[in-house]
Design a binder for this molecule. Structure first.
Ligand code: MN
Length: 197
């Protein structure tokens, strides 16, 4: 397992995990490389350096109960969770996220009397289990590149059934903002600048 990414200055960064003999053989194939061993911390490395996966959107929705809809593009549809209190950039905060039906990608820009586009951008799929299997197993880590939400997040399923319940948690990284309340601090639509109120 591993990843390859462009280095900021020059060349490529390669991360490889596996049988030491296989790593040695790989290094031999590559020729002249600088290598170092790094500690593997669970899924953390893949949470930070994931696979570009598509777009995400968070829509604030005044329905019978006010909530935020988190939608992640997975295999051409928007997998969706209703988050009553909205996302948080504070890693100490766990937000209930109720899985709801998939939405069409074409709905991502929608705003109306009861809906604003609270945030949007692209995301990377992380974790040691490839998506969508990670979602099926109930633990998915990902990196958001939004206007408000940035850095690693995790979705952890806590209850199965017809309306599966998950927890949405900000991962501890350089983007985390302990003590913050991003929903209250940045209420405006990233599309129109208006607030739901
Ligand atoms: Mn909704």
């Amino acid at each position: 397992m591993g990843w390859v990414k462009a280095a900021p200055d020059a060349g490529l960064l390669l991360h490889a995990e596996g049988d030491p003999a296989a790593i040695e053989a790989l290094l031999g194939e590559l020729g002249e490389v600088d290598s170092e061993s790094v500690r593997v911390e669970g899924h953390e490395q893949f949470a930070i350096r994931g696979v570009p996966a598509g777009v995400f959107v968070v829509q604030e929705h005044q329905a019978t109960a006010h909530h935020f809809d988190l939608r992640l593009e997975v295999d051409g549809v928007m997998r969706s969770w209703a988050v009553p209190k909205g996302p948080s950039m504070d890693p100490a905060v766990k937000r209930l996220a109720v899985e709801v039906e998939d939405h069409s990608v074409s709905h991502n820009d929608y705003e109306g009397p009861a809906v604003i586009v609270w945030d949007r951008g692209t995301y990377e799929q992380g974790g040691r289990v490839a998506w969508p299997a990670a979602l099926e197993r109930g633990h998915a880590v990902f990196v958001l590149h939004g206007e408000k939400l940035r850095g690693g997040f995790a979705l952890q399923r806590t209850r199965d059934g017809t309306k599966p319940q998950w927890l949405l948690i900000k991962r501890r990284d350089e983007c985390a903002r302990p003590g913050s309340d991003v929903v209250a601090e940045l209420p405006a639509s990233v599309v129109s600048g208006r607030t739901l109120a």
